[in-house]
Design a protein around this ligand. Structure first.
Ligand code: SF4
Ligand code: SF4
Ligand code: SF4
Length: 386
């Protein structure tokens, strides 16, 4: 199957071999500030959604900013994911598209999640300008509460610029191969950019990206996004992924393996609350229909001699696996919030990958390709029967 994303479509349309690049003689942070201020001050967008310092600088959250004063506290490239921005965008656009243009600064997996949600009619892409980055990953959430974040962030920047895997980032990120955003209008080049203290490089991947940056200072040219350094970085991540999948693959075997892996679950359902792909308003497992009749509990008690409380934890995970695995974009939110440290993103990514391969499907890649479970091809799975 030939998948097409926004970069490929734009290059094909314009007969170019390489993406368009805008280079500014500024550091990455200064350049990012200039870009966002330009978009607001020139009325190119009505507002900007980005990470921002809140509560007297102690917290970090996604915020909508509509004035250059508010932008002062923006942290657009900060290595944290307090919530998956794809889920946030779905909340904002579920009842209707944005009426005025907004720029959204988000990580590649957040954009992939939003594309999946739009395909499932849970949001709209209209009037959004997506700005993403070649993504070194994010720190687990507890780092922002318990860790020495300032020190970690400067270490993070050094390691990103030299294209190394950062040791303390989420496991999901260490093994993520989708760190180059495919559907962003503008991509900030971060990984392997050793001169980032004096050069800010952005790739303009769509007509919209070009239109919105027209008039911005800097030189326009063409360049490969996937440099040799990026290819080497991908190799390192492939090795991490292989290691992680081998470890989890050994544990996930059979019913016994599944019971063992999910045995610690306390049934808080935090993993589904934060998962961008779990979008039901009311989860079956949180509804009254999930409550057992006394006769059913009696039956279970007779059969097993005892009852586990909370009940149905394994069913909950099997339900979630069957619902989200085709669209799981491996963001790692679920694992990050699990209070009992179940390696959820490794489990969901491993199962997800095998389901996605079966359907020849890449979640969050092509907006025009339907999600496998909401459509079917007449010629698929003939080996199972007509
Ligand atoms: S999962 Fe990939 S895209 Fe998402 S934050 Fe981690 S490295 Fe970035
Ligand atoms: S299952 Fe976990 S890794 Fe997959 S999309 Fe949901 S939160 Fe992200
Ligand atoms: S977050 Fe962890 S403990 Fe809570 S339901 Fe999910 S797997 Fe179970």
């Amino acid at each position: 199957m030939m998948w097409k994303n926004r970069i490929q479509r734009s290059m094909q349309r314009e007969g170019r071999k390489m993406p368009k690049l805008l280079e500014m003689k500024k550091s990455i942070d200064e350049g990012m500030k200039v870009l966002l201020e330009f978009l607001l001050e020139k009325d190119k967008v009505r507002g900007i959604i980005s990470l921002k310092k809140i509560n007297g600088n102690k917290g970090i959250s996604y915020s909508l900013m509509t004035s250059p004063e508010e932008l002062r506290d923006a942290l657009p490239l900060f290595p944290l994911m307090p919530a998956n921005a794809g889920k946030l965008l779905s909340h904002i656009t579920l009842r209707g598209a944005l009426t005025e243009p907004l720029a959204v600064v988000l990580k590649p997996c957040e954009l992939r999640a939003f594309i999946e949600l739009v395909k499932m009619e849970q949001g709209s892409l209209d009037n959004s300008l997506f700005i993403s980055q070649t993504c070194p990953g994010v720190y687990p959430l507890d780092t922002s509460i318990n860790g020495d974040l300032e020190k970690l962030v400067s270490q993070y920047r050094d390691e990103s610029l030299s294209a190394e895997i950062i040791p303390a980032i989420r496991n999901a990120c260490k093994s993520c191969l989708h760190f180059i955003p495919q559907n962003a209008d503008i991509v900030v080049s971060l990984i392997g950019e050793e001169k980032a203290h004096e050069k800010f490089k952005i790739f303009l991947n769509s007509e919209k990206g070009e239109k919105f940056t027209a008039g911005l200072e800097g030189e326009i040219g063409e360049a490969e996004l996937e440099t040799e350094k990026i290819i080497l970085f991908k190799d390192k991540r492939e090795k991490e992924k292989k290691k992680l999948f081998e470890e989890i693959g050994g544990e996930i075997q059979g019913v016994e393996g599944i019971i063992k892996l999910f045995g610690k679950c306390i049934g808080c359902h935090g993993c589904s609350s934060v998962c961008p792909i779990c979008y039901c308003n009311l989860c079956f497992f949180d509804s009254q229909r999930n409550e057992s009749e006394p006769s059913a509990l009696d039956h279970d008690l007779d059969r097993k001699g005892g009852l586990r409380i909370p009940p149905n934890t394994i069913f909950y995970h099997l339900g979630r696996l069957s619902h989200v695995s085709a669209s799981c974009i491996g963001c790692g939110m679920c694992e990050d919030v699990c209070p009992v440290n179940i390696p959820l993103s490794a489990i969901f990514s491993k199962v997800g990958e095998s389901i996605q391969k079966t359907f020849d499907y890449e979640p969050g890649w092509d907006i025009e390709e339907a999600v496998p479970f909401v459509t079917y091809r007449e010629d698929e799975f003939k080996e199972i029967g007509e």
